[in-house]
Design a protein around this ligand. Structure first.
Ligand code: SF4
Length: 213
């Protein structure tokens, strides 16, 4: 368990980060939208952090809570429940904190430049939340972690595996969107993948106990 002083310091770091992200206008195409980052993403000291791609127009950008209000969010909540994790126990964020849209207003993938612009925020969220386990949801977020600390992992080769990364455990998973479910990773496989998150938490907790004075 994290101590009280540690948690209040981390909470202060997190609040400063939220204020900075709210004022950020670094990506020209994101102007008019704002970063989905607040205490509604989770709390400093959460044992596990999930990192998605970017907030969706009908999802996080509208509700201000990542992975909620759309089908990806409903799938994600179901997968969390399958390993007995409640949203209140986890921290959820995205590689790009603002919602990227095409000229027609549809969701689009964040560009490499947008993810790179936001990588300082991702690094600082990881530092402030200090999770024992980081779970990436999709190839974009797995690649985004490389800017925080290099890793050689790919979704194709390492999906559902537990890897050491940046002093923590990393589990790469597929994104829970309906498109990915239909084309790359169907629900039964995704549910199997989530069991690795539960195993990683057991392993990380055991490591933390062994390292405690
Ligand atoms: S995506 Fe990140 S870097 Fe870009 S404007 Fe939003 S908060 Fe700033």
């Amino acid at each position: 368990m994290h101590g009280e002083y540690f948690l209040s310091r981390k909470q202060g770091e997190f609040e400063a980060l939220v204020a900075e992200a709210e004022a950020c206008r670094r990506c020209p195409a994101m102007c008019g939208r704002s970063a989905v980052l607040s205490e509604r993403n989770g709390r400093a000291g959460a044992r596990v952090m999930f990192v998605g791609e970017a907030p969706g127009r009908q999802g996080g950008d509208r509700t201000r809570v990542p992975f909620s209000g759309d089908q990806s969010g409903r799938n994600f909540t179901r997968y969390l429940a399958s390993i007995n994790l409640a949203r209140e126990e986890v921290f959820i964020t995205n590689a790009a904190l603002c919602n990227p849209r095409s000229e027609t207003g549809a969701n689009r993938r964040p560009t490499r430049e947008e993810v790179s612009n936001c990588s300082g925020f991702l690094r600082r969220q990881i530092e402030a939340v200090a999770p024992r386990v980081v779970v990436t949801l999709g190839a974009v977020s797995l690649a985004a972690l490389k800017a925080v600390e290099y890793h050689p992992f790919t979704l194709k080769e390492n999906v559902g595996q537990i890897r050491s990364w940046n002093g923590r455990l990393l589990v790469p998973l597929y994104h829970p969107s309906p498109q990915v479910l239909a084309s790359h990773r169907r629900e039964p496989r995704q549910l199997e993948d989530y069991k690795s998150v539960a195993r990683a938490l057991v392993e990380a907790d055991a490591r933390a106990r062994a390292a405690a004075p």
